[in-house]
Design a protein around this ligand. Structure first.
Ligand code: NDP
Ligand code: 8X3
Length: 252
């Protein structure tokens, strides 16, 4: 494919899988995440396995000025970003709204909504200038359906859905594709983060059925990015076969 692909939240789960999937096809990869040890480990691995160019950026997407600075200081060979995968995101807690922690709400909104806006706003001018680009936003089944105790996380993913549609309209004159890939349950570090490191609680989310694996989502993202330039997947909901809806999972 040979494109320049920028992935937020590349240190784990879906983002990490996307990095390997695109690297395998010869793409240059920009890795973004907060954990520098993970970034350097993944960068080394990608370079040795695929002999590609990798640029790692230790960056919190919620820090708007740092996002702007990071994009402005991209080395020349990484500036013409073809694909931006807005993947960084998290859920914190699972409780009724009246028992929720407003600090967790702030972090989810700052990361999942404002973080996506920060990166997109910094990268869009580059794509507009070069007259091509593809923004792929990772939404969720949680953006389609509100489930019990999901409240603010669900709202942030509904915002990703709205922002994806808004971007598609606003970027229409520039030939930039905008896609939402919205998965159901994917086994990653997502639940570990949601339950503040409680591995038992996190594992129980995926008990008794086969969830999606992060590589499954990466394959779909890769497929969407590899279509001829006149085709755009606007929106794709991707579920484990054992999951029919946010709260409908067949466990054995
Ligand atoms: P992981 O927890 O495995 O990965 C999340 C990634 O986001 C990590 O690389 C983390 O890196 C990064 N991240 C979090 N906050 C920030 C931040 N402020 N700045 C930069 N990077 C950040 O979870 P998933 O792979 O599952 O999640 C990826 C996306 O997929 C999220 O948007 C999530 O909402 C969505 N999703 C997940 C589903 C699931 O069931 N797992 C289903 C549907 C959607 P670091 O900590 O190093 O910063
Ligand atoms: C992650 C999937 O259903 O736990 O977005 O919200 S869910």
């Amino acid at each position: 494919m040979g494109k320049i692909v920028c992935i937020t939240g590349a240190t784990s789960g879906i983002g990490r899988s996307c990095a390997f999937r695109f690297a395998e096809s010869g793409c240059s990869i920009i890795l973004i995440g907060r954990r520098s040890d993970r970034l350097s480990e993944i960068e080394t691995d990608l370079k040795s396995k695929f002999e590609i160019q990798v640029h790692s950026i230790e960056l919190d997407v919620t820090n708007r000025q740092n996002v702007v600075d990071a994009v402005n200081s991209l080395p020349d060979r990484f500036r013409e970003i073809d694909v931006l995968i807005n993947n960084a995101g998290l859920a914190l807690g699972l409780e009724p709204m009246q028992d929720g922690n407003p600090e967790n709400w702030d972090r989810m909104i700052d990361t999942n909504v404002k973080g996506l806006l920060n990166i997109s706003h910094a990268v869009m001018p580059l794509m507009i200038k070069q007259g091509r680009g593809h923004i792929i936003n990772i939404g969720s089944i949680a953006g389609r359906e509100v489930y019990p105790k999901g409240n603010v996380y669900c709202a942030t993913k509904a915002a990703v859905d709205s922002l994806t549609r808004a971007m598609r309209i606003d970027l229409l004159p520039y030939g930039i594709r905008v896609t939402q890939i919205a998965p159901g349950a994917v086994e990653t570090e997502f639940s570990l983060v949601r339950f503040n490191g409680d591995a038992q609680k996190a594992n129980s989310v995926y008990n008794g059925f086969e969830p999606l694996h992060p590589d499954d989502v990466a394959d779909v993202v890769f497929y969407a990015a590899g279509l001829p330039p006149h085709i755009n997947i606007n929106d794709l909901l991707l579920m484990p076969t054992a999951q029919a809806a946010a709260t409908q999972i067949h466990r054995t």
